[in-house]
Design a protein around this ligand. Structure first.
Ligand code: GLN
Length: 218
């Protein structure tokens, strides 16, 4: 079995401070179940967001990996986009992983951006095809000293970072994680390991739900 088919189930103590939070996982297409499991392992409530109306119930949202063209097409068709903007403009955090990063980027090489919320340029499928998937130990200073094992599955990379966006991680000098205000995105899949530090980092953002907010472009 390949590493990306494995969801390790190491026990990690849930944090009581997160128990009042309910975080949504956008369940249009893609790998949402593992994110919900990671959030629950952290001690937060998790909800698969299958209808736009559910966006009003959550304290933050994760856009999972999958196929960004499919997620954006169906997201528009079913009317999720406005609710995602409302959520972000209300100061709730948005976390995009892999296809989710592509969805959030203000610029996507060779195509129109989708949500255009995070001041980065994304290059899709930058490491090649599915069989070129790999995992790598990443140095993510905001998570502390221990390396974070990220899984890259037909992953995008960040080719430029502008505005107020901050680089959180690089691999061989290439940006693979960034944050701007309440928008967080990674090229890789943090939900496929036991390591809950990125989900906890996101839950800390949710606790600070009233921090300065990202806004859609005029
Ligand atoms: N290549 C996909 C895209 O651009 C992302 C792959 C993934 O999310 N694992 O949408």
């Amino acid at each position: 079995m390949a590493w990306y088919e494995v969801k390790n189930s190491g026990a990690v103590a849930a944090d009581d401070r997160y128990k009042h939070l309910k975080i949504g996982g956008l369940a249009i297409q893609g790998a949402v179940a593992e994110h919900l499991q990671s959030l629950e392992s952290c001690g937060a409530g998790a909800l698969a967001v299958r209808k736009p109306s559910a966006l009003a119930e959550v304290d933050g949202l994760i856009i999972p990996g999958g196929e960004s063209t499919t997620i954006s097409r169906l997201g528009r068709l079913y009317g999720f986009m406005e609710g995602i903007y409302h959520l972000v403009e209300a100061g709730k955090p948005l976390f995009g992983t892999c296809a989710g990063l592509v969805m959030m980027a203000r610029e996507v090489e060779g195509q129109q951006p989708v949500l255009a919320l995070l001041s980065i340029t994304a290059r899709r499928n930058a490491f090649g095809r599915q069989r070129e998937s790999f995992e790598a130990d990443l140095d993510i200073p905001v998570l502390g000293g221990e390396p974070f094992c990220g899984g890259f599955i037909r992953a995008p990379v960040v080719t430029s970072v502008f505005g107020e966006a901050q680089v959180l991680a690089r691999i061989n000098g290439i940006v693979v994680a960034a944050r701007e205000r309440n928008c967080l995105a990674t090229s890789f899949h943090p939900e496929l390991t036991d390591d809950l530090r990125l989900h906890r980092y996101f839950l800390e953002m949710a606790l600070l739900g009233s921090a300065p907010k990202a806004a859609r472009q005029p």
